[in-house]
Design a protein around this ligand. Structure first.
Ligand SMILES: Cc1cc2nc3c(=O)[nH]c(=O)nc-3n(C[C@H](O)[C@H](O)[C@H](O)COP(=O)(O)OP(=O)(O)OC[C@H]3O[C@@H](n4cnc5c(N)ncnc54)[C@H](O)[C@@H]3O)c2cc1C
Length: 395
């Protein structure tokens, strides 16, 4: 395989799809390479990749990347300055709306009444199509939730070529400049550059395989789901995370997890999925982890445990007020679904994803400069849009 494009984009998730759309809309010839395959809507959870480390890390490897299994939360962050115009553009394109009150399910409504502090979650969900099936994290079967596949469709209509089921091994360098990538089956070239957007675990690995240091500073927004039994409450059939409450270092939000039912069964408590209620306790963890060529190290630090404990206490208080039997309270194990930060050292400034290596751009969660403990898709998209503006000489 030997073909030449203006740009090669690696990965089709939040960062890669945005870049592919922006560059091909500007008339550039783009080849996007995605390791995973296209999945039928609603089956994307089969593409989950679960990485074992002290904190278990979840991501999806398919066309559309981890956006296909998102909860549809689309929150701005303030971690990088100057992104407001890009946030506005992204929110328009994604159709972001605040979670409508009349689409909040019965048990979430009761949770809403437990505090004045809740903030309604902005959602990239078309509620005229949403059936409140509670399946967001399995892949939306109704075409209601935005995923980056919508950007990919737009990119394709502007001439972008998609190559799925092919994994990028390493970068190709010529006279110190990145000029293409090597796949198992050959090489492809990008005369203007290569954009790495394989996510915060795989982007540093491509760099490491290319002889470039990367992979430190991993954060994941570590979370646990704390819950128990409330018979016939059916949180599992409601739109997840409809609102959240933020305190110093953590947030909590209504969340159903099938893991809680398994723990309860182990303890001999008979219950069905519709009997489980819970809150996700998600922290702004320290960037203490690291990605290596063959592993991921990510454990909770004492400061992380302290935040989790404060969040758990609040969640438990609210669950008891809701009527959950204290004897049925259980926690899921430590998980993380927002890996980021592993290529920050390579970007020229925390405000921009342009690296010092000529011809190399990085545009995914790996360049987010520190955990903000909130859903990152909107931030990744805004960063990608700004990177493209800079690359195209518009900013
Ligand atoms: C269950 C769950 C729910 C979530 N909910 C939300 C939410 O509601 N809101 C939110 O903002 N965030 C959410 N997130 C997090 C969010 O989805 C991710 O942070 C975001 O998608 C990361 O974007 P990315 O571009 O960095 O990587 P990804 O979206 O993961 O995309 C990376 C892509 O690169 C591909 N790839 C990897 N290696 C290679 C290679 N060598 N060659 C070619 N391709 C490769 C992968 O297959 C993948 O498709 C959720 C995550 C999970 C797991």
């Amino acid at each position: 395989m030997a073909a030449a494009y203006d740009y090669i984009v690696v990965g089709s998730g939040a960062g890669g799809a945005t870049v592919a759309k922006e560059l091909s809309s500007a008339g550039k010839s783009v080849l996007l390479i995605e390791k995973g395959r296209e999945m039928a809507p609603g089956t994307e959870s089969k593409a989950y990749s679960v990485i074992k480390s002290g904190v278990e890390i979840w991501l999806a490897e398919c066309l559309g990347g981890t956006t296909t299994v998102s909860m549809g939360n689309a929150v701005r962050s303030r971690i990088v300055r100057g992104l407001e115009p890009y946030f506005e553009e992204a929110e328009r394109e994604l159709g972001v709306v605040q979670m409508p009150l009349d689409r909040i399910g019965p048990v979430s409504r009761r949770m809403l009444e437990l505090s004045e502090e809740w903030i309604m979650m902005p959602k990239c969900i078309d509620f005229s199509r949403c059936r409140s099936c509670g399946s967001c994290a399995y892949g939306c079967p109704h075409g209601a939730k935005w995923s980056s596949r919508r950007y990919l469709k737009e990119a394709e209509s502007k001439g972008c070529k998609l190559l799925t089921g092919e994994s990028v091994e390493r970068l190709l360098l010529e006279s110190g400049r990145v000029c293409g990538v090597e796949l198992l089956k050959g090489k492809v070239y990008g005369s203007k550059g290569v954009v790495l957007a394989a996510g915060a675990i795989e982007t540093p690995r491509i760099l490491l395989r290319s002889g470039i240091a990367a992979g430190k500073g991993l954060f994941v927004d570590t979370f646990v789901t704390v819950g128990g039994v409330l018979v016939d409450s059916y949180l599992n059939k409601e739109v997840g995370m409809p609102f959240y409450l933020q305190e110093e270092g953590f947030l909590i939000s209504p969340h159903y997890s099938s893991l809680l039912q398994k723990s309860l069964h182990k303890r001999g408590v008979a219950c069905k999925p519709g009997d489980i209620v819970g809150f996700m306790v998600k922290i702004r963890d320290e960037p203490s982890g690291a990605v290596t060529l063959d592993g991921v190290e990510k454990v909770c630090t004492p400061a992380d445990f302290e935040k989790l404990e404060r969040g758990r206490s609040l969640a438990i208080r609210l669950l008891i007020e809701l009527g959950v039997d204290e004897k049925t309270l259980v926690d899921s194990h430590l998980r993380g679904a927002h890996p980021g930060g592993t290529c920050c050292e390579l970007v020229r400034s925390p405000d921009g994803p342009i690296t010092d290596l000529e011809g190399l751009l990085i545009s995914d969660a790996s360049i987010i400069p520190g955990a903000f403990g909130l859903p990152p898709i909107l931030t990744i998209i805004a960063l990608a849009k700004r990177a493209c503006s800079v690359e195209l000489g518009r900013a």
